[in-house]
Design a protein around this ligand. Sequence first.
Ligand SMILES: Nc1ncnc2c1ncn2[C@@H]1O[C@H](COP(=O)(O)OP(=O)(O)O)[C@@H](O)[C@H]1O
Ligand SMILES: [Mg+2]
Length: 229
Amino acid sequence: MLEIRNLEAAYGHAKVLHDVSFRIEKGEMGFFIGRNGAGKTTLLKTIMGLLKPQSGSIRYGEEEISGKSPEELYPLGLRYVGQEKKVFANLTVRENIEVAAFGSHEPMDRALEKVIALYPKLKNFLHIKAGQLSGGQRQVLLVGRALVGDPKFLLIDEPTQGLAAVVIEDIGVILKKLKEQVSAAIVEQNLALVKYLADRVYILKEGKLAKEIKEKSEIADTQGMEEYL
Ligand SMILES: Nc1ncnc2c1ncn2[C@@H]1O[C@H](COP(=O)(O)OP(=O)(O)O)[C@@H](O)[C@H]1O
Ligand SMILES: [Mg+2]
């Protein structure tokens, strides 16, 4: 579904990604872990067309998408949920979903239904300004909003960052539901969540792929991953 080969990316002269190759099959969730500054965000941004790769290939389905813009990738079903948790703070939750529905030509009632199916409690927050949501609620809104339209592949950057343990459990439940609907590449430092959801784990270290873990039994043993965090 998504196959990256020999990807290199840089900010100006500062090279960040070195010869990164991996694949995520349809229906899979691939997780990316690694220390701060390892290049995880840069990797997602490069796939999503927010940063042009220097070289390498990004294949999505049958198509080479390397160098395409986010606007070109949206109709192909790629969605990006960034690390910044950016919502339209002055709009209500409902209006935030409306913007996504409008942008993707999905009827609002269907969009709303989808988001609420993902997280029923959001029903109680529809009239609240998104800027007033807690970090967890905001994250739920962002992930829910990414489901509007016809998404096929989500790129999610640190969905549980800064959230309390109980909220992280909610996010786990939501991501599990997502797994039935889409494929995904997720950056995540919470190893319990990685263990619960991952089909593949890729460890990034200083912009290079240090390790790839595909065996279920190896994913279950998260001790081996801790040294890379
Ligand atoms: N906009 C930018 N301009 C220049 N350097 C950047 C920029 N964003 C990130 N970097 C650098 O790229 C490297 C990787 O950063 P990043 O991809 O954000 O890592 P991670 O998400 O794994 O913490 C770091 O050395 C960081 O300082
Ligand atoms: Mg990051």
